[in-house]
Design a protein around this ligand. Sequence first.
Ligand code: ZN
Length: 81
Amino acid sequence: MFPVDISMAIFFYVMTSLLAIFVLWIFFEKKTALPKFVREEADVWECKICTYTYVDSTHQEISQCPQCKSYNKKSPEERLF
Ligand SMILES: [Zn+2]
């Protein structure tokens, strides 16, 4: 084994500690990916009377426009996004 003085020992100690922190940082950074925002297609409605676009997740077929209070029926080919 080669002779190691105190400064070299401290240098290796600091470098291995920093390397361990860096590896753990990369490891946990990859695990904590932000969840992607997924919008339900059926939740977005566009009013046929006032063209107001709103979100209504409680109704599937017929929804009431919050602006002009008219009813809108959703057909599959008219879905937004
Ligand atoms: Zn409307």
